[in-house]
Design a protein around this ligand. Structure first.
Ligand code: DSN
Length: 425
């Protein structure tokens, strides 16, 4: 590379990723093949429109790439339709709102503090200015059970046009059948945001909301699905010409979504990213991906147990997926940001996270959030989890002792280096 500054920074980031343990639950390591597709000449091409219906010439290969991505996504998630163009998860969610709602319409979604996502109507977002978001919560934070009775009452009272099941900080399975029952009772579009668990659903390790009558699923492609940074919208219904207007009916959802993404919200799709999505979907269709997903959940379950032995108080008492939320304020009397920094200092990356009804502010919340998708990609198994939990506790206890932190950092690096990144292979 002629740009030495950027070359050095890429090399430094590679070393950081290799020498540490990535425990942020929304991150992962992609394969060399995904990286190759992402760095390919498809980044040079404009392709507004959809396969066979483009506004510019020269689409012989872009059409094939996008069609492969679509077909593989549909197969993975048993969907009637896939739009693989969203640049990420936030625009994917916004595109569904834009497809189905009028300004002022109501959406019933999970409260941010109880596990929901910013794009599910947090007051600071543009969507929250356009639409009326009502929030449901957990009934009991020690088990994670959603308050379905309250959810139903809210639905009957506010008549939401969309009921949204999904989360970015919730360690349990949702009861999609209950959501569907309530949604059907009030005539709402059933939308799931499976960004965190897409890989688990693809592998059959977590439930697929489509099996319970959901109409739309949004996701990112870079978390448990282990693809490039990007988004996708899957839907059930009739697939029409995306460039023609159709009536707003549940059956026409796929066409409404295509129109909402282009020309509604985005311009040219990022075809290099779509090529990389296609590669990731190919990888997720291989039998070994099922083993990977099972191992993610097994690792998370043991890590959660081991953390509890080390004194961490866990929200919902554990985990059923890839994700763990710990109330470190309750556990050790210190905030999540302090713990994040202490763990960073020894090469363990987690993120500070608000817990349900947090009394501390968002930038210095009571919790940390972590998970096992990335370390499982590197080959870590349940036998390594006690050591990770022990290091976490030691880093917290010695957070003001640079000598001990440096020693722990060396130990973490020594273990990490035994597990190459997929892009090294
Ligand atoms: N930032 C993502 C996460 O970490 O869960 C969600 O958008």
């Amino acid at each position: 590379m002629k740009d030495i500054q950027i070359e050095k920074l890429i090399a430094s980031e590679e070393a950081r990723q290799r020498d540490g343990l990535e425990l942020i639950p929304s991150e992962n390591y992609v394969s060399r093949d995904v990286l190759t597709a992402l760095g390919s000449v498809f980044t040079n091409k404009y392709s507004e429109g959809y396969p066979g219906k483009r506004y510019y010439g020269g689409q012989d290969f872009t059409d094939q790439i996008e069609q492969l991505a679509i077909d593989r996504a549909k197969q993975l998630f048993r969907a009637d339709h896939a739009n693989v163009q969203p640049h990420s998860g936030a625009p994917a969610n916004e595109a569904v709102y834009n497809a189905w709602l009028q300004p002022g319409d109501t959406v019933l979604a999970m409260d941010l503090g109880h596990g929901g996502h910013l794009t599910h109507g947090a007051p600071v977002t543009r969507s929250a200015q356009l639409y009326n978001f009502i929030r449901y919560k957990m009934k009991d934070t020690t088990t994670g059970e959603i308050d379905y009775d309250n959810l139903r009452q809210l639905a009957l009272e506010h008549k939401p046009k969309i009921i949204l099941a999904g989360f970015s900080a919730y360690p349990r399975e949702l009861d999609y059948a209950k959501f569907a029952e309530i949604g059907n009772e009030v005539g709402a579009l059933l939308m799931a945001d499976m960004a965190h668990i897409a890989g688990l659903i693809a592998a059959g390790v977590a439930k697929n909301p489509f099996d319970y009558g959901f109409h739309v699923i949004t996701t990112t492609t870079h978390k448990t699905l282990r693809g490039p940074r990007g988004g996708m919208i899957l839907s059930m219904g009739k697939v029409g010409n995306p460039l023609r207007k159709v009536e707003k009916t549940l059956e026409n959802i796929p066409t409404l979504i295509d129109r909402s993404i282009f020309p509604g919200m985005q311009g040219g799709p990022h075809m290099h990213s779509i090529a990389a999505k296609a590669v990731a979907f190919y990888e997720a269709l291989q039998p070994e991906f099922k083993d990977y997903a099972k191992q993610i959940v097994a690792n998370a379950s043991v890590l959660a147990d081991e953390m509890q032995k080390q004194g961490f108080v866990l929200l919902t008492g554990g985990t059923s997926n890839h994700l763990i939320l710990a109330d470190v304020y309750k556990s050790f009397g210190i905030d999540g940001k302090t713990v994040e920094h202490a763990l960073d200092a020894i090469g363990l990356n987690v993120n500070a996270n608000a817990i349900a009804d947090d009394t501390l502010p968002p930038f210095r919340p009571s919790g940390i959030r972590l998970g096992t998708p990335a370390i499982t990609t590197r080959g870590f198994t349940t036998e390594h989890m006690p050591q990770i939990a022990l290091w976490m506790r030691q880093a917290i206890d010695n957070r003001d002792n640079p000598k001990v932190l440096a020693k722990l950092h060396k130990e973490v690096t020594a273990l990490a280096r035994q597990f190459p990144l997929p892009s090294d292979k």
